[in-house]
Design a protein around this ligand. Sequence first.
Ligand code: NZQ
Ligand code: ZN
Length: 385
Amino acid sequence: MENFSFHNSVNIVFGKGQISKLNTLINKKNKVMVLYGGGSIKKNGVYDQVMAALKDHQVIEFSGIEPNPAYETLMKAVEIIRQKKVDFLLAVGGGSVLDGTKFISAAVNFKGYTWDIMSKNAPLTEPTLPIGTVLTLPATGSEMNANFVVTNKDTQEKLGMNKKEVLPQFSILDPEAMFSLPERQISNGIVDTFIHTTEQYLTYPAQGYLQDRQAEGILKTLIEIGPKYMKDKTNYDLASNFMWCATNALNGLIGVGMPQDWVTHMIGHELTAFYGVDHGQSLAIVLPGILEVKRSEKAKKLIQYAERVWDIHEGDDNHKIDIAIQRTINFFESLGVKTRLSDYGIDDEKFNDIKARFDRRGLTAIGERQTFTLNDLMKVLELRK
Ligand code: NZQ
Ligand code: ZN
């Protein structure tokens, strides 16, 4: 296991009725901006609960943060915050609203061209705004990490960033807020959680025995409860277990001291940027291709995955890997998430553009061993046609 230091200060407030705690979690002296998406929170009662809890606070609202939040939209919030002197941000929604709010927090006092925060990893030398979140869609882990992903519509770029300065102070996780989720978002969330885990697990053995078991625990839990939850989406126990899996898959804990891959996400972001497929869908397309192309380098962990996660004990190593990859595909498809580019009407027209972007950004030797090349990228795309 590699050396590591792990610090995660997010106060997780989990369970039924916990949105009312906003009343005490945010100081009454704060001027709060409540940020949300396209209005799902107005239909499922979350908005009313938030507003009731904040009735003694000074509140202004910013709505319309879209899935794959757009830089252009977020900058509108930045302007309002600067004018109205907002000093606390409350994000209410899924990963897009949370990520968008993190960008806004970073951008408000930023001196210079704000897109540089994403494109050049510009340092945040000015104070960021404190953030709290109310999560309505488990998937990204954004509620307990410092990552944010923003799309620039103008340049058709989708870029991710990590800045400790925008880690939320607290996140409220009420599984009942999930009961209104459409099937497509539940299945996307399960796939995203699954693949956050595989990015940190399907690499090479690194003697992180506990981290391996934690990752396997998340994967096995998702395999067990995912299909049940799709059919029974107001089941509190299933919802709460899925929600807690999603947070644990990307709050940093399972990846400490371990090699990490993240190439599925890098390619997935390009598929979303170019073709608009959902984040979860993009990952379900790419992962099987990566596992195939890198099967010999990942062999030891793939066999462990086959045996411990899928209980495959018959046949030789190659057979175990084949079956494990196929079961992974079947799992995503059983949730209703298609796994081929052609399922989404995508052909090879933009493959060279994706390759050119990787090249331009210097992403020519990536993955856990820095051996994933542009050639591998093209192989993965071809395999997933
Ligand atoms: O906008 P509203 O009306 O709220 O509707 C949303 C949106 O249309 C809806 N929704 C959310 N909660 C709901 C609900 N509908 C009914 N009931 C509820 N309770 O779901 C739709 C999708 O929401 P979105 O926030 O886009 O989904 P998700 O949480 O999957 O977030 C995806 C974004 O997060 C980024 C992705 O790239 C993508 O931009 N990621 C962020 C990460 C992070 N911060 O660590 C890591 C991930 O790998 C990922 O890249
Ligand atoms: Zn993801």
